[in-house]
Design a protein around this ligand. Structure first.
Ligand code: AMP
Length: 617
């Protein structure tokens, strides 16, 4: 692989619920998962806004129950979708935060931040999470990081991919590559477990995460990773299982107490957190309890759920996972008996029923659970990032990776028919040409409407963009024109149409269609992101300065209580010190409008005054 990028490069698994960052370690020849400031290898994909600050990751997650309307999660479910999309409309009913329709039907999240109403698009929320992951890596590497590989579900469509890339740009990252999550996991598996395997191995990656589900079938041989087919659902995962349990308990609470909490965001948030915990318990226990104090109108919620009940609530969703595996095999034209390894990735792949259904489907095959499902995707992304970068020496560059398009791409022809130019599961990068004809008696121009999806009727698929090609004589005859479709390594599409006789051409990179962020908008968001970053830093500096002052005041108080130290103080000194402590407390109590410097300066003053008398360092 061409090593074109200077400086460190990281791999980021931008998850629906959790994100993870990794970097390749040259010495050990393996990827290192980088832990965050809390010591955790994964960071909640949460962003929260308060009157004084913005929080990202664990700190946002920890205050979610007390600030539900301003704590944003699930940005990955929003990204690249329209507000009117039924998926968004359904999800909105369960989100405790406000989502409204913005320009071009784009969903916009509305929050209260620093006593003002602020709007953010999903790309901005995701960029905040990406920035956090970047900071985690920078702290670990002790250097600036700009290059990154970011992973997306294999089944993400063109607009979701592009929007994720935009989120990276807003976070100030140079996105080397958008990599499919199951491919990343297969890379991790292949590099860790099947390094240098000479025999061809067929690996099925089953990736069931928080919000998305992906299946990919790869063939690995001599360090070449060939994706044969991919299938999935960008809207199926752990959160759906949580939702089923939430709905179950909401009904139960209503039945028992005549109180409906379905419109109460705070209660729902608390219920969801408890259900998620119970769901995890049910992966190793057959019973889990859900207890929430004073959930609504002072009433406590106390109940329990068995594993069997949980499975019953979700059986149709679990079964859908297996059908998807089946269709992936059909697309790859492969018998299930030809699959050598079934690799489990994503937190929800820990659910016993899911594992059992999968194992039964593969006639009892041992499922491979030896790679960490939470970390495998970031691991693979870090490996790919290293393979593209100059900063890494070892043999990481020696693998080859070939991916496929997840959805068929084509244009609208007569009536409402989709004419496929690039069928799904075509290896990328790819360029295809097809000749079309203008209709008889048509105008001197032709409108090209580009769609993705598998339905015959174009309008049942996803409209990606449209443009007009002009220059036909318009004399009533039908004229040919060429249409070129090109998909790059990131799975992003460019379409070009050309009228051969006159050479008139028009081209569209689907990245620039209406409804997406323009370069100008992205630049504005980059500026805003920098501003927020600077504000966060300033706030952090202020908190550190306040803590230092508070600690010092505590030390003085302790020293004053220590009779040996205080006996040597004259009354005047004691009075001066007490006054200084009072002023420090006042300063700390009225910190709102103050900058970090006020606290730092006061600490210095206090140290000069008290240090020599009380012998505090
Ligand atoms: P991911 O997107 O891969 O980080 O997966 C996160 C999802 O996995 C969340 O919905 C979690 O609730 C779910 N999850 C994590 N651990 C478990 C477990 N032990 N059992 C069931 N679900 C889990």
């Amino acid at each position: 692989m061409a090593k074109n990028y200077e400086g460190p490069a990281i791999g980021i698994d931008l998850g629906t619920t959790y994100s993870c960052v990794a970097v390749w370690n040259d010495q050990n020849n393996r990827a290192e998962i980088i832990h965050n400031d809390q010591g955790n290898n994964t960071t909640p994909s949460f962003v929260a806004f308060t009157d004084s600050q913005r929080l990202v990751g664990d700190s946002a997650h920890n205050q979610a129950a007390s600030n539900p309307a301003n704590t944003i999660f699930d940005a990955k479910r929003l990204i690249g979708r329209k507000y009117s999309d039924s998926v968004i409309q359904n999800d909105m009913q369960l989100w405790p935060f406000k989502v409204v329709a913005g320009n071009d039907d784009n969903p916009v999240v509305v929050v209260h931040f620093k006593n003002e109403e602020k709007c953010f698009v999903a790309e901005e929320i995701s960029s905040m999470i990406l920035m956090k992951m970047r900071e985690i890596a920078e702290k670990f590497l002790e250097s600036e990081v700009t290059n990154a590989v970011i992973t997306v579900p294999a089944y993400f469509n063109d607009s979701q991919r592009k929007a994720t890339k935009d989120a990276g740009a807003i976070a100030g990252l140079n996105v080397i590559r958008i990599l499919n999550e199951p491919t990343a996991a297969a890379l991790a598996y292949g590099l860790q477990k099947r390094a240098n395997c000479v025999e061809e191995r067929n690996i099925l990656v089953f990736d069931l995460g928080g919000g998305t589900f992906d299946v990919s079938l790869l063939t690995v041989k001599n360090n070449a990773f060939d994706v044969k087919a991919t299938a999935g659902d960008t809207h199926l995962g752990g959160e759906d299982f949580d939702n089923r349990m939430v709905n179950h308990f909401v009904k139960e609470f209503k039945r028992k107490n005549k109180i409906d909490i379905s419109e109460n965001p705070k209660a729902l948030r608390r219920m969801r957190t408890s259900c998620e915990r119970a769901k995890r318990t049910l992966s190793f226990d057959t019973m889990a309890s859900v207890e929430i104090d004073a959930i609504s109108q002072g009433k406590d919620f106390r109940s329990s759920i068995s594993r069997a009940k949980f499975e019953q609530l979700n059986m149709d969703l679990f079964a859908k996972c297996i059908t998807t595996v089946e269709s992936c095999l059909i697309d790859a034209v492969m018998e299930k008996s030809s699959v050598h390894d079934v690799v489990l990735v994503g937190g929800s792949s820990r659910i016993p029923k899911v594992q059992q259904l999968l194992q039964d489907f593969f006639n009892g095959i041992d499922l491979c659970m030896s790679i960490n499902p939470d970390e495998a995707v970031a691991y693979g992304a870090a490996a790919l990032a290293a393979s593209y970068s100059k900063g890494f020496k070892n043999d990481i560059q020696n693998f080859v990776l070939r991916e496929v398009t997840p959805l068929s791409l084509g244009i609208l022809t007569n009536e409402d028919t989709m004419s496929v130019v690039i069928p799904r599961n075509t290896a990328i990068p790819t360029r295809k040409k097809k000749v079309y004809f203008t209709r008889k008696h048509s105008k001197p121009s032709a409108l090209i409407k580009i769609y993705e999806g598998e339905r015959t009727r174009a309008s049942d698929n996803n409209l990606l963009g449209l443009f007009t090609i002009r220059g036909f004589p318009g004399d009533g005859r039908s004229f040919p024109f060429n249409v070129y479709f090109e998909v790059d390594d990131d799975g992003i599409l460019t379409v070009c149409a050309e009228e051969e006789t006159t050479g008139n051409k028009n081209e569209i990179t689907i990245t620039n269609d209406k409804g997406r962020l323009s370069t100008e908008q992205i630049m504005k968001m980059v500026e805003a992101a920098e501003k927020y970053k600077a504000e966060d830093k300033m706030y952090q500096k202020k908190v550190t300065a306040m803590n230092a002052l508070e600690d010092y005041v505590d030390e003085i108080m302790n020293a004053l209580e220590d009779s040996d130290a205080s006996v040597n103080l004259c009354r005047l000194d004691k009075k001066k010190i007490n006054l200084a402590i009072r002023d420090a407390r006042n300063l700390l109590d009225n910190s709102q409008q103050k900058e970090a410097e006020s606290f730092e300066d006061y600490l210095k003053k206090l140290e000069c005054m008290v240090g020599p008398v009380l012998k505090i360092d």
